[in-house]
Design a binder for this molecule. Sequence first.
Ligand SMILES: [Zn+2]
Length: 475
Amino acid sequence: MRKPSGSAALTRPMARLLGAVLACALASAPACSPGNGSAASRYRDAADRIRDMGLRDEGAIEFLRRITAAGPRLTGSAEAAAAVEIGRRLMLEMGLDRVHLELVTVNRWTRGPKEEARIVGSASLGTVPLAVCALGGSIATPDGGLTAPVVEVGSFEELDRLGPAVSGRIVFFNRPMDRTRLDAFAAYGGAADQRVRGASEAARHGAVAALVRSLTFRVDDHPHTGLMTYAEGVARIPAAAVSTAGADLLSSLLKKEGAVSVHLKMGPRDEGPVPSANVVGEITGTDLPGEIILLGGHLDSWDLGTGAHDDGAGCAVSLEALRLIKALGLRPRRTVRAVLFMDEEFGGTGGRFYARAAERTGERHLAAMESDRGGFLPLGLAGGSDARAARRLGRWLDLVRPLGIDSLGPGGGGVDVGPIVRQGAVPLSVIPDAQAYFDVHHSALDVLSAVGPRELEFQAVILATYAYVLAQEGI
Ligand SMILES: [Zn+2]
């Protein structure tokens, strides 16, 4: 009989090896090198079992359901405190080791009554309501609200050119996220300065309030909140986000009519410091318990939705990764730890407290795997603080290739693990498809139903696989 030719003749391991070599040849990832297959093959069975159990159980979405059941988890709120207790209970229920809370002092800001805003005195439309929300950290308007003419700007340079002309007015920052940027995070980053610094930049020229176009590609009626900060020594003025549909309407009226005023009323308050906590649980390593593979997300969220993607998802996949390792009876040599961080959104106090807590004495963090990019389908990995670490992480790519992961690029990390990475931990993150992330980010649309259970589980499976292998092999 004639020997069959082509890939059909290959045994399964041979085909895998060939696939790996081809993928290495095609991939731009520096981490890829021939021979990866042999190191990874030792963990093939564990990776297959993790994947099968994860995809069969879809446990991550149940963790997310339990976390979001606490409601919107604004830092320092009663709901955030309830989420801390829920997180602790989830860790105890799955039988993790050393489940405990680590106290964090956070600042509490409250939104107050629902904001009111309307365009007033439009020659063509009269009075039109605007969908707005106070930005996180903003002060209130005077009790009866304020009404002032609006000046639209696209940049801080434009604002500076106008200078005293904006005095007594509301400055309307209307530079959209750049749709030509392929990386949605880069588009967000390119517009976020208006939200973070806009109020103080406007106040330098005597403005009475700042209105900022919501940071989303979508055009709809949902305002998106987020952190703003006041510059030292500059008058504090109220700052609100306006929905993209509202921003487009306001902009078109300004072009058509020249002068339009807006009435804005909101009552947020700074309530000062309150106690809160990071939630910590682990599978203690059998051989090297002081060496830590850290997984985490942030438990706090904004208050308009229930923070399902941002970042209930990161907490859920971290918990699910530990559940998979434990439920399969895998015994990691090093400690695999999940941390549900508090207060990422208002400045990352949880991450800073974690890194310098007394509990860290005698611990060495090898890897820090933060998930805070939404619960969407993974596209790749990012990590490695240097070329050597990236190469070491890339040795295990074969194990997650069945989940569509072919590359490990630079980056990883995040706000919460930043301090522990600066102490030497190697960052590693799953990079999901974030094109729809900013549709919901920091808005009322960020709820459980916006998260796909299977997409979320893919993240958890990848994290579990990497966490287990790194716990066995180190970096
Ligand atoms: Zn987040």
